[in-house]
Design a protein. Structure first.
Length: 137
């Protein structure tokens, strides 16, 4: 694999919109490498599992808790907060004291091809894996 420290000319760097909320990516970075910065944003053990569940249609906290990986409530709360703060997920408060729901933003939905690539790589290279959660990407 060849590496380069520059983005290909066919894909100009995106400028954050003025209305974009602050993200972890806007914090001081350990590197300018896009792989490292992306992993800083979504590369922990649970974040892509939550994103997968959002693609599968889950929107409520209790639904995420029923995922086969059994994420702890404090971890799930933290990851949802980080996804919201990063502009990948929108939190919608229900009227009259109902439960909040979570939805992918267009930026979050752009993770679809990455999620498919990770799934396909796992099916091909990790023995015993099955794609049991159907995610509409």
């Amino acid at each position: 694999m060849t590496t380069s420290n520059r983005r290909p000319a066919s894909k100009p760097a995106r400028k954050p919109s003025a209305s974009a909320s602050p993200t972890r990516a806007e914090a001081p970075r350990r590197s300018c490498c896009p792989v490292a910065c992306t992993l800083d944003l979504i590369g922990d053990r649970w974040t892509l599992v939550v994103v997968r569940d959002l693609f599968a249609g889950k929107t409520r906290f209790a639904e995420f808790l029923r995922s086969p990986e059994r994420v702890a409530t404090n971890i799930l709360s933290n990851r949802l907060e980080l996804l919201v703060a990063s502009g990948l997920v929108e939190r919608r408060q229900a009227a009259a004291g109902g439960h909040a729901s979570y939805h992918l933003t267009p930026r979050g939905a752009s993770l679809g091809p990455l999620l498919v690539a990770v799934r396909d790589w796992g099916l091909e290279n990790v023995a015993g894996t099955e794609a049991r959660v159907v995610a509409e990407v």
